[in-house]
Write a protein that binds this ligand. Structure first.
Ligand code: SAM
Length: 244
């Protein structure tokens, strides 16, 4: 089973591929889409959950999603068809950094996908190029709540603490107009949902040739989370506007 298939199973119970619950996602979208007729771009959209939720509750919003994963985009397409949103959603299978559009967007989203650009600030620089005047960015990325172990840094990459993270964003000319720091409950619920769902799938499919691999993956991920980064890693999602 490849990485994408494993990711699809792992996120079956938590389709937002980041540690935010449904209320947090709803509240952030409300802040990011004040008019209800915006053009929205999601860089690293995955299964398109943020876009589907934005479109489903706002009949005048139009959206485009970019992702490299064929499997994730197929999920986004299925979701749009299921909800009758396909006429307002365009999906692009492409490197996010290579995406270009003749028209700017009122909201650029990128949640848990900053690795596509090499970090938070390069992602914001890319988002800015797509942004219409007066537009907003909704961006989610990790930060260190506590001093990380070398194993945590090796596994997740190099982040800053929350204050430094926001300072760096502000220094680039962005103004946070809202934000959400994932709670302990959201962080834990995300990990339990992903790795518990994988473990359950392995137990429910004992005869599947991939069962042992999936069970081993679930075990490894639990272990990495609990031993290496649960105590140190946090996640922040910001709604940003430009100073000018
Ligand atoms: C953790 S998921 C987040 C998905 C979505 N933003 C969400 O919150 O549900 C990260 C996504 O980024 C995509 N991705 C990674 N590198 C990328 C790249 N270079 N260009 C476009 N998408 C990329 C992955 O395929 C994956 O779907």
């Amino acid at each position: 089973m490849n990485r994408e298939q494993i990711s699809r199973i792992a996120h079956a119970e938590h389709p937002i591929k980041a540690p935010l619950d449904d209320d947090s996602v709803r509240r952030l979208l409300d802040r990011a889409l004040p008019r209800g007729d915006e053009r929205v771009l999601d860089l690293g959209c995955g299964g398109g959950e943020w876009l589907l939720r934005a479109l489903d509750s706002r009949p005048r919003v139009h959206a485009e999603g970019v992702d490299v994963s064929e499997d994730a985009l197929a999920q986004a397409r299925e979701g749009a068809e299921r909800l009758g949103l396909q006429d307002r959603l365009v999906l692009h299978q492409r490197e996010a950094a290579e995406f270009s559009s003749p028209q700017p967007f009122d909201l650029v989203l990128s949640v848990a996908a900053t690795h596509a650009f090499g970090g938070l600030l390069p992602t914001l620089a890319a988002a800015r190029k797509h942004l219409a005047p007066g537009g907003r960015v909704l961006i989610g990325d990790g930060f260190w709540e506590r001093e990380p172990s070398p194993a945590a840094v090796e596994m997740l990459g190099d982040f800053a603490d929350l204050a430094t993270t926001v300072d760096r964003v502000v220094a680039e000319g962005w103004i946070p107009v809202d934000g959400h720091v994932s709670t302990r409950q959201e962080l834990d619920a995300y990990e339990w949902a992903c790795w518990g769902t994988l473990a359950s799938w392995a137990l429910d499919h004992p005869a599947d040739p991939d069962s042992a691999q999936v069970r081993e993956t679930a075990h490894t991920r639990y272990s990495e989370w609990l031993h290496a980064y649960r105590e140190s890693w946090g996640f922040v999602t910001l709604v940003l506007r430009r100073t000018s």
